[in-house]
Design a protein around this ligand. Sequence first.
Ligand code: SF4
Length: 97
Amino acid sequence: MPIKCKVQTWTFKMYSRKMVKKLKHIIVGWWKHIFQPMPIWAKKRLEKCDNCIYQDNILGQKICSKCGCVCRVKVLVEEEICYDGRWDDIKINEYDK
Ligand code: SF4
């Protein structure tokens, strides 16, 4: 297999893994948003988003312009991170799960 083809395959695999992970987070986030009350750590995250310069309001939805996610859904996924590091001081273990 030529090197270029190997690199393309590797890049595709990495991209696919990222896409699958992101899709999983979207499904989990919407599931929690619809069926579960918002935990305290998620409320703290959402407060940060509400005071963030990267938050846009598009058709009534608060969207993070850094990642394109719906903020009130993104904050509910424990594994999600803020790409601007604004959630770094919020430790989920300190609050209820
Ligand atoms: S996820 Fe981070 S960068 Fe995006 S709106 Fe929230 S605080 Fe701002």
